[in-house]
Design a protein around this ligand. Structure first.
Ligand SMILES: [Zn+2]
Length: 126
């Protein structure tokens, strides 16, 4: 059973997670769109930019980094949805069957959308 206090804790956890992922989302969209007028341009220290003598091609690393960032952006959407469920009182309830999601599961994955049983059905293990 989720108490109002634990809901507040989940909310602050989700919000701090979301902030972290929104930074990742910002850096991805900055890379993809190459926006010239980004307001937060100066807050990310980039030591490699001063080291112009080393011009090795880091493309494989960059591809891995962007790939993991895209996973994080996907997570940010889940966290966003979880915060919305907190607002409308649906948090902690399975989106599939409507049963309460196990609190141990919410401890590990506070943005979980489904209970363990439905998640198992939704994502078949190979
Ligand atoms: Zn379910």
């Amino acid at each position: 059973m989720l108490t109002p206090k634990s809901l507040l804790e989940y909310r602050s956890r989700l919000q701090s997670l979301l902030q972290k992922f929104e930074k990742a989302r910002d850096s991805v969209s900055r890379d993809l769109t190459d926006s010239p007028n980004h307001p937060e341009e100066s807050d990310a220290p980039d030591p490699s930019s001063t080291n112009s003598s080393d011009q090795r091609d880091h493309q494989p690393d960059q591809q891995v980094a962007v790939g993991s960032l895209l996973v994080e952006v996907h997570l940010a959407d889940k966290i966003d949805a979880a915060l919305q469920r907190l607002q409308n009182g649906q948090f902690g309830l399975c989106a599939q069957c409507g049963k309460a999601i196990d609190t141990n599961r919410l401890e590990i994955i506070p943005y979980a959308r489904c209970c363990v049983d439905c998640e198992r059905l939704e994502v078949p293990s190979i």
